[in-house]
Write a protein that binds this ligand. Structure first.
Ligand code: ARG
Length: 582
């Protein structure tokens, strides 16, 4: 919570005999700085004190005295609120001054010191190119990992690749059939897709092919050399492509994060044994399951009829591994809403296995991504890979970059921008797609349109990037770096205060993003900050940033730098770059 909320709470607490920590959470921001900078609502006291809230506010105001040079200048009753006003210069010093005095630390904290969080995200089924829907888990998860880290947590990233399963058997069948025609066929992610599509085309109505695929997968499970060799080629090729694409979106998993389903192969027996020892296993129609009827859920399948283990078993094994290895305080699974039941079953089963840490596992779910009409010519949905209708992430990024290039050509000012247009288009185009992930709370569905994603004047990534470039340009015009300690009292207009109060809330926004696993809160904060700043910026009459008044200019440039810094760090947390010119 903001420092000034805490300080106001510490003044009020002894007067009403309450705990300052509790009161801090109750503090609100008055609708306008003219009414004060932080307000204490007296409603909840009304019952306890048997008086009307406005009366209580007035009485409290009467009891408080302020010393010269303190943090607060005064407190007054405004209706049912007791509103405090910060002394001139204090707000600027504690926001702008702190930000530019220690830019690398701005927004950061050690809230999470000593605690470990596992953030599992992206986790695509590989051996085919990344579908566009994978961007959601990837960007939300990467942002969460960065935000937790900024708040002092020890973050362990995990990518639970779908690198095991019947798909691989299908690819092997298709590959072998092609190999007969063309013995030296190359393998890359695109030819794998072709193999995949070919298999489903041919297998449509041909049961023997499907049997063959199952046979190959069983060979793989039994450790057959040729099956393993092919599996490794398919996996390596897919992974190579995947990492290239991640790179484009500023996502870098450490090598050790890639522990896919296959990694848990030799841990399955142990997991199944422990399930058995706890008396949790039951036969059901030939399969081995954990009965969850008591908890209103269908059984969690552990082993299929043919003895093959499945998805849930692998999740159980990986959860055990993660806890054993990292002793996490929290373990997050950034996975689509659709898998809600799966995770409830897995977490419940972990609980039944006697793991008290099961309660620290959380499914961080998100809604569906789809495309508005016109984005892909026809009316596009997310499609399924099987029918070849999938929309690939790479294509979406390429198209976005193309659109950004046009946008930049139309708007670019200055030779430097034109010279860097290609690089800039990549940053803006990818940024546009990435930021769409954060425009609303994650559990909501996203409908992507170019108009929204690339709107330079609305709520979009490019809008923030553009604002950042404008701020950088003001700073360049202002000459040297702004002094770190200008006369803070000069930042005193209502609009300046609005901007600074927003700056003061930056750390709170990050803290809340951690608490709710909601990176969109960082996006919202930046958009509000940019709006507040632009309101001031466009009011040229009273807010000339650079003027003959050198003292005022210094103070205002410091404010500009603090806003720029906040937007730059916020964008970085979400995975976007912040161009200096646009
Ligand atoms: N590979 C899965 C898919 O693409 C997602 C994996 C989610 N993570 C997990 N631990 N189950 O649908």
């Amino acid at each position: 919570m903001s420092w000034y909320k805490r300080l106001a709470a510490e003044i009020v607490a002894p007067l009403i005999d309450m705990d300052a920590g509790e009161l801090t959470a109750q503090m609100v921001r008055p609708p306008s700085p003219d009414m004060g900078d932080v307000g204490f609502p007296c409603f909840t006291l009304a019952q306890k004190l048997r008086r009307a809230p406005p009366k209580i506010a007035a009485e409290l105001a009467g009891k408080i005295t302020f010393a010269e040079g303190g943090v607060f200048e005064c407190a007054k009753a405004v209706g049912p609120y007791l509103n405090f006003t910060l002394s001139p210069g204090i707000l600027a010093e504690k926001t702008v001054g702190v930000a530019i005095g220690n830019p690398r630390h701005w927004g950061r904290s050690d809230d999470g010191a000593g605690k470990t969080v596992i953030v599992e995200y992206s986790s695509p089924n590989i051996a085919k190119p990344l579908g566009v829907h994978h961007i959601r888990s990837t960007m939300i998860g990467a942002a969460l990992a960065r935000i937790y880290r900024a708040r002092g947590w020890n973050v362990v990233e995990m990518n639970f690749l779908g690198d095991w399963g019947t798909t691989f058997g299908q690819l092997m069948v298709a590959y072998k059939r092609e190999e007969m025609k063309n013995p030296n066929q190359p393998v890359d992610v695109h030819s794998l897709l072709q193999l995949y599509l070919k298999f489903h085309e041919d297998a449509d109505g041909d049961e023997t092919l499907k049997d063959e695929a199952r046979e190959w997968f069983l060979r793989l499970e039994r450790g057959d050399a040729e099956a393993l060799r092919l599996w490794k080629v398919f996996r390596d090729e897919s992974l190579k492509e995947l990492i290239k694409l991640y790179e484009r979106m500023n996502v870098r998993f450490p090598e050790s994060a890639f522990k896919g389903e296959a990694f848990y192969n030799d841990r399955m027996d142990g997991t199944i044994r422990r399930l058995g020892e706890k008396g949790l296993l039951k036969e059901s129609q030939g399969a081995t399951v954990v009965d969850l009827e008591m908890y209103g859920m269908p059984p969690c399948i552990i082993k299929k009829k043919d003895g093959a283990t499945i998805y849930a078993t692998r999740d159980l094994a990986s959860a055990e591994y993660r806890h054993e290895t990292y002793r996490f305080d929290k373990s997050l699974y950034v996975v689509a809403n659709q898998q809600e039941l799966h995770f409830r079953q897995v977490f419940k089963t972990l609980e039944l296995m006697g793991y008290d840490w099961a309660k620290n596992c959380e499914h961080v779910k998100f809604g569906m991504l789809s495309f508005g009409p016109g984005v892909f010519g026809e009316e596009a949905a997310t499609g399924s890979t099987r029918k070849g209708r999938v929309i690939f992430l790479e294509d979406v990024l390429d198209r976005a970059v193309e659109q950004a290039r046009t946008l930049i050509k139309e708007n670019a000012r200055g030779d430097e921008v034109r010279a860097n247009a290609a690089k800039l288009a990549e940053h803006v185009g990818v940024g546009a797609v990435v930021f769409s992930e954060f425009l609303q709370r994650r559990t909501k569905d996203v409908v992507f349109t170019w108009d929204k994603a690339l709107n330079l004047h609305g709520d979009s990534g490019p809008y923030l990037q553009y604002t950042h470039a404008r701020l950088s340009s003001v700073l360049r015009k202002g000459g040297d770096r702004p002094p770190e300690t200008p006369n803070w009292k000069r930042l005193s207009t209502r609009l300046e205060k609005e901007v600074m109060l927003k700056l003061a809330e930056y750390g709170d926004a990050l803290a809340l993003a951690v608490k709710e696993n909601e990176p969109s809160l960082v996006a919202t904060h930046m958009l509000e900050l940019a709006a507040d700043f632009n309101r001031m910026f466009t009011d040229k009459e009273t807010h000339r940033l650079i003027s003959d008044d050198a003292e005022l200019t210094s103070a205002r440039l410091a404010l500009v730098e603090a806003v720029r810094l906040t937007i730059a760090t916020g964008l970085a947390l979400l995975g976007l770059s912040a161009p200096d010119a646009m």
